[in-house]
Write a protein that binds this ligand. Structure first.
Ligand code: GLV
Length: 325
């Protein structure tokens, strides 16, 4: 008998076909975001789940899903999954590292350029029919070329962002909890600095750390206070890494020049202050959303699930502790 699995959000048809070859599949192709209650009810008799960052997998849910053996997230981030609870219940958890680094880095660059050159403001001005003459001092922006790029978190995505900076002949500085290996620093042409130096020197600060208890509000009022008035902040990592209240306040005061944001605390709700500010470029958590990459992520998660429930040893296992059980 085929094992039962649940696909928690809409995925590509090919991914469902692949899963149907291995499992008895129930799928939420209507793409409704399920409450914890609804999810627990559906997962009560399932052995596997294909999840996304909108599904919270915690002790409360796991205690009601005794058959569950594997939760495979379609994301590299996995702060929606409580790994301690998974370990205690012997549930394997996986993510999708590697396949989205280039796409996410491309998007960070889209935000860097759009924010620095005030593309959203300029576009709104044209669309609203306000463009009546050329002006020398129109939408004066920040030069990206030859600027100093400060990268917070030189992990997989941060490294790709850094390598792209060579084309703009930028100086690249970075800060991370651990200094990168010399060969990584050389490939990225990135110099390790303290957090204070990074925020004080960078013209563009871009954040590429995962969300965890340790990185909650890693960037708040004290860090923003170090930034230059002319600098911009780019955030396409995870909501909660930046203190959005502090950022709105700094933007309102003109303490920094602008921000490009793809992720928010409590998204899809966001601080209403962002909507009132012109110097903020906003997008709905789409950094990894290219056709090819979102497909690869979903397929990778499906393959993780197939391996988890057949061999008990899936690629991209986040909690190898459960294998020993
Ligand atoms: C998207 O945000 C991801 O973590 O993959």
């Amino acid at each position: 008998m085929k094992k039962r699995i649940f696909v928690a959000r809409e995925v590509f048809g090919e991914v469902l076909d692949f899963l149907a070859g291995h499992f008895e599949v129930t799928a939420n192709q209507e793409d409704k975001v399920l409450s914890g209650e609804e999810l627990a009810r559906i997962l009560a008799d399932k052995e596997g789940a294909l999840t996304t960052l909108t599904e919270r997998i915690d002790e409360d849910l796991l205690s009601r899903c005794p058959k569950l053996k594997a939760v495979c997230n379609i994301a590299v981030g996995y702060n929606n999954i409580d790994l301690t609870a998974c370990n205690a219940r012997g549930v394997m958890a996986t993510n999708t590292p590697g396949v989205l680094d280039d796409t996410a880095a491309d998007f960070a660059w889209a935000l860097i350029l759009a924010t620095a050159r005030r593309l959203n403001e300029a576009e709104a001005y044209v669309r609203q029919g306000q463009w009546d003459k050329w002006k020398l001092k129109q939408f004066l922006g920040l030069d990206v070329h030859h600027a100093t790029l400060g990268i917070v978190g030189l992990g997989r995505i941060g490294q790709v962002v850094a390598r792209r900076a060579a084309g703009f002949e930028m100086e690249v500085i970075y800060h991370d909890v651990r200094r990168a290996a010399p060969e990584i620093e050389a490939a990225c042409r990135a110099r390790y600095v303290t957090k204070e130096e990074l925020f004080g020197k960078a013209d563009i600060v871009t954040i590429h750390v995962p969300y965890s208890r340790e990185t909650h509000h890693l960037i708040g009022a004290p860090e923003i206070a170090f930034m230059k008035k002319s600098a911009i902040l780019i955030h396409a990592a995870r909501g909660g890494v930046v203190d959005d209240d502090a950022l709105v306040e700094a933007l309102r005061r003109g303490a920094i020049a602008g921000a490009g944001l793809d992720v928010f605390e409590g998204e899809p709700a966001l601080h209403p202050g962002f909507l009132e500010l012109k110097n903020v470029v906003l997008s709905p958590h789409i950094a990894s959303s290219s056709e090819k990459t979102r497909f690869k992520m979903a397929m990778m998660a499906a393959e993780n699930l197939s391996a988890a429930l057949s061999t008990g040893d899936p690629p991209n296992l986040l909690n190898p502790e459960v294998k020993a059980r």
